[in-house]
Design a binder for this molecule. Structure first.
Ligand code: AMP
Length: 214
């Protein structure tokens, strides 16, 4: 069973994916995290991906497909939650090819207004060690600049600068939004109001997930 969590950059997919993994037993696959790991390790995939990522653009589909296949193999037999894939229609079609028919149980879209996305992304800070996400004003760590979870130092993702955020939001509009129509046509699309608080958004998602599982 595969659940797809979709939405613009900054919509809260990562936060909600972590909650769904903790509370509902999903195995989270974040293609953004997987690519950042490859960059950290200095692999060939990481080298190929890093330029696109720091420019705020999509990494080419063939690279993503190999990353996705490896992650899916490692998660075989588990309930999978996809965070950040598919990001265009070609990727949605590739997912169909590598999964059995009907494996995608549902697609939940975290819908957030553009101005709120800009505020969230520009104030976001992530832990350089464990990747936990905080926000300068909306969700600050207890000690300035220090991760609550592991004590690591906080940093700003290079693609969270104002210029890169604008590019990423435009890429979302032109390339990822058509994916919503792709799944609407199959009756798998559900929208939740992502402007609300974390727990409220989780409850909305969870209500859909229970129905998907039925
Ligand atoms: P994220 O952490 O999901 O915001 O992803 C960060 C960056 O990784 C994106 O801006 C893209 O450059 C790249 N990326 C992650 N997932 C994909 C994907 N499915 N297709 C293409 N690029 C991706």
């Amino acid at each position: 069973m595969i659940l797809i969590l979709t939405g613009a950059p900054g919509a809260g997919k990562g936060t909600q994916a972590d909650l769904l993994a903790d509370r509902d037993g999903f195995r989270k696959i974040s293609t953004g995290d997987a690519l950042r790991n490859q960059i950290k390790k200095g692999t060939e995939i990481g080298l190929k991906a890093s330029g696109y990522m720091s420019a705020g653009k999509l990494v080419p589909d063939d690279i993503l497909l190999s990353v996705l296949k490896a992650e899916m193999e490692a998660a075989a037999g588990q309930k999978i939650l996809l965070d950040g894939y598919p990001r265009n229609v070609n990727q949605a079609e590739s997912l169909d090819k590598i999964c059995p028919n009907g494996a995608v149980a549902g697609v939940v879209h975290l819908d957030v207004a553009r101005e709120a996305l800009i505020t969230r992304l520009s104030g976001r800070r992530v832990c350089s060690q464990c990747g936990s996400s905080f926000h300068l004003t909306l969700n600050p760590p207890r000690t300035d600049g220090i991760c609550d979870r592991c004590g690591g130092s906080m940093t700003q993702r290079p693609d969270d600068s104002a210029e890169k955020v604008a590019i990423r939001l435009d890429v979302y509009e032109s390339e990822t939004k058509p994916v919503l129509e792709f799944y609407k046509a199959r009756g798998l699309y559900r929208k939740v109001d992502g402007n609300r608080g974390t727990e409220d958004v989780y409850r909305q998602i969870h209500a859909h997930v229970v129905n998907f599982a039925d």
